[in-house]
Ligand binder design. Structure first.
Ligand SMILES: [Zn+2]
Length: 268
């Protein structure tokens, strides 16, 4: 089992294509030893990600479809994703994995000029206790910063804690935070974690920059939803390994450990 996983991990570290949905075409071509020029692999493949046949359910290449591993989990807290429009259609976006595991998740598109009407209504709904997830590294909103204990305290008052995650690049998230006046009154919850990213479909600026699904898993874990956290982590790992293998036009021969745990949950 671990051999499969190691293989998938190593295969992705070397030449991951960083730009959105395109597959790394050149890496899959063998080189002709005589001329050094690339030559087509034995199996036919499509060089660009947009031509890859994708599963309608999980949007991953059908070669390693993620659907068999999708498991529903329960959590005390919810997630509302405020997703940058440029992030929405990227197959490498991990925000959508949260909704696959936690049905109550809602996704809103961020536009600088017009806030989403449903999101505004949610923010005004007193059943919810929303927190905006953002670093506490600037002084001008220091009085809004809370720690993870505030989540449990909100739940004790009978409200549903909600984590609002700004889903985009680091730069997009900063812009969304600064240019969304309807978020200005919300408590700011920074995620403090020693965890290093396991995401290998895009190159992070730093190993401590977690992708959206990892941020969600950490928030769940730190706020006491450990089972949902572990399930989301496994599903994220399954996504990571499936996608990375497909980029190499490689079909995973058997499920990874994370996949096996998800299959076991489904069979219960
Ligand atoms: Zn699928």
């Amino acid at each position: 089992m671990s051999d499969i996983r190691d293989d998938a991990d190593t295969a992705t570290c070397t030449d991951v294509q960083l730009s959105g949905d395109g597959f790394s075409g050149d890496s899959a071509w063998e080189r002709d030893p005589a001329t050094g020029r690339p030559r087509p692999p034995r199996r036919p493949f499509k060089a660009r990600g947009s031509f890859v046949e994708r599963c309608e359910g999980c949007r991953l290449p059908v070669l390693n479809c993620l659907c068999p591993y999708r498991v529903a989990a329960q959590s005390q807290s919810r997630f509302w994703l405020l997703t940058h429009p440029l992030e929405h259609n990227k197959p490498t976006n991990t925000g959508r994995l949260i909704g696959d595991i936690l049905e109550s998740t809602e996704v809103f598109t961020w536009y600088r000029t017009a806030p989403d009407a449903t999101l505004i209504a949610r923010l005004e709904d007193s059943r919810f206790a929303p927190f905006i997830i953002f670093p506490d590294d600037q002084p001008d909103y220091a009085e809004r910063v809370v720690n993870i204990d505030a989540v449990g305290e909100a739940a004790c008052t009978g409200r549903i804690p909600v984590f609002i995650i700004l889903d985009g690049t680091w730069r997009q998230a900063r812009r969304m935070f600064r240019k969304s006046p309807y978020l200005d009154h919300l408590p700011v919850l920074p995620l403090h974690s020693d965890r290093l990213t396991r995401y290998h479909l895009r190159k992070p600026a730093s190993a401590s920059h977690l992708c959206t699904a990892e941020v969600a898993a950490e928030l769940l874990r730190q706020s006491g939803d450990t089972h949902a956290a572990a399930t989301l982590d496994d599903y994220f790992d399954a996504f990571n390994d499936s996608y990375a293998a497909s980029r190499k036009h490689h079909r995973l021969e058997s499920p990874t450990l994370a996949m096996c745990r998800l299959l076991e949950q489904r069979s219960k």
